[in-house]
Design a protein around this ligand. Structure first.
Ligand code: HEM
Ligand SMILES: *[C@@H]1O[C@H](CO)[C@@H](O)[C@H](O)[C@H]1NC(C)=O
Length: 223
């Protein structure tokens, strides 16, 4: 706990955030993406499982990643997204940018649950459905303040021609969120509108590592 691991570029972003640049004004062209990033180990008291937690400010989603320890890609990955109730969708980019990496996108399904969608973007336009990754929802909750989902992904740790998620060292992810509701909320193939906010977040993959047996038991125990 208490460890903040960032790449040099991300550290610059953190400093920029501390200088008080409002995140809402941040655009990628400003070079100011994820103001006030924290990357830390988070342990769920109910399940005992620990994750690398990536967060910025309370109006943005929080993302938590767990991977089977000591594995080399491809391995399954766990992702939790906790989003303010006001958000229409939240997305996570496993390779650290919008294009050419697996995107995991989630939104409220309109029936008290959460729809998850595997996507891929070749350009900066609506990402298409990506069959190279398979998502399994382990839990989904909504309440007055947040919607949250935990998803198991097969196919999010290796992509393209050899790019992959390392199980050690610092890895940079990216995220995006929109305030606009998704037009067909129950449909994983629905279109959706562009983000209101994006960022890049880096963390120490050691904080994401879970013992293989614990990972597998958790992955199998979903509903
Ligand atoms: C309708 C859907 C989407 C559209 C039209 C769109 C469009 C764009 C555009 C035009 C940019 C360039 C910078 C800007 O003008 O803001 C951008 C950047 C970005 N987008 Fe998207 N986007 C979409 C969905 C997504 C999703 C689902 C994710 C993540 C899961 C994502 C992640 C990012 C990130 C991280 C950046 C900044 C870094 C980069 O350019 O790679 N976008 N997007
Ligand atoms: C609402 O859900 C979020 C995300 O799961 C959780 O952190 C929060 O404690 C919940 N609030 C209440 C009042 O249960």
């Amino acid at each position: 706990m208490g460890r903040l691991s960032v790449l040099t570029a991300a550290a610059v972003l953190v400093v920029t955030g501390l200088l008080g640049v409002p995140l809402a004004q941040a655009t990628p062209s400003d070079g100011v993406l994820a103001a006030r990033q924290t990357a830390d180990k988070y342990c769920d008291s109910a399940t005992g499982l620990c994750y690398l937690e990536l967060s910025t400010r309370s109006t943005n989603p929080t993302y938590r990643v767990a991977i089977p320890g000591a594995a080399s890609a491809p391995f399954d990955t766990l992702l939790q997204i906790v989003a303010p109730a006001s958000l229409g969708w939240a997305g996570f980019a496993w390779g650290g940018g919008m294009t050419l990496n697996p995107l995991t996108v989630a939104w409220p399904d309109g029936k008290g649950g959460v729809t998850v969608s595997s996507r891929w973007a070749t350009g900066r336009a609506l990402p298409t459905v990506y069959s190279g990754a398979t998502l399994k929802t382990l839990s989904a909750t909504t309440n007055a303040t947040h919607w949250a989902v935990e998803v198991l992904c097969a196919g999010c740790s290796r992509w393209g021609s050899g790019a992959s998620l390392s199980s050690t060292g610092v890895h940079t992810f990216a995220w995006a969120m929109s305030k606009t509701p998704v037009p067909q909320p129950a449909n994983p193939s629905s279109s959706f509108s562009i983000h209101n906010n994006v960022g890049m977040v880096s963390g120490d993959m050691a904080d994401a590592q879970v013992a293989q047996s614990v990972f597998q038991a958790h992955a199998a125990g979903g509903r």
